[in-house]
Design a protein around this ligand. Structure first.
Ligand SMILES: [Zn+2]
Length: 137
């Protein structure tokens, strides 16, 4: 189940998740192709943001957090593709790394050998390409 936020809507006032009505706003979610309207807190839980309670008051914070997470997810997916591409071209394994710098997550991509040599505190490998065996002479 992978929800995406489409927007915050004040024309729909009941939650498709729990049935609560007379809400000030709902969050329009794309539920794998189907559009559903959830109250802000139900939407937050459906999206996996369970560390605090969300309501109409902080709906925009939920959207901001969701967009930041989506951006990171896309950046990671892009670097996974880059790692695979480099591996295919070079025959070496590449890794996608993740580290947190002043509270911000930063992904990177490097040759696996270089990662092993340079591994520093706080740098995790989140993806490793397959080393390509070229075969032949
Ligand atoms: Zn609900």
């Amino acid at each position: 189940m992978h929800f995406k936020i489409l927007g915050v809507d004040d024309s729909v006032t009941s939650c498709d998740c729990c049935g609560k009505s007379n809400l000030k706003k709902t969050v329009a979610l794309d539920d794998e192709g189907e559009i559903v309207y959830y109250g802000v807190n139900c939407a937050a839980r459906a999206l996996g943001f369970t560390d605090k309670t969300y309501s109409t008051r902080n709906a925009s914070e939920l959207v901001t957090r969701f967009n930041a997470r989506e951006k990171l997810r896309q950046e990671k997916a892009r670097l996974v593709a880059v790692a695979d591409d480099y591996a295919n071209k070079s025959g070496h394994a590449y890794v996608v790394t993740r580290r947190v710098i002043r509270g911000r997550v930063v992904y990177g991509c490097m040759k696996e050998d270089d990662y092993v040599r340079q591994n520093k505190f706080g740098v995790d490998v989140v993806y490793t390409s397959q080393p390509i065996t070229t075969g032949g002479p």
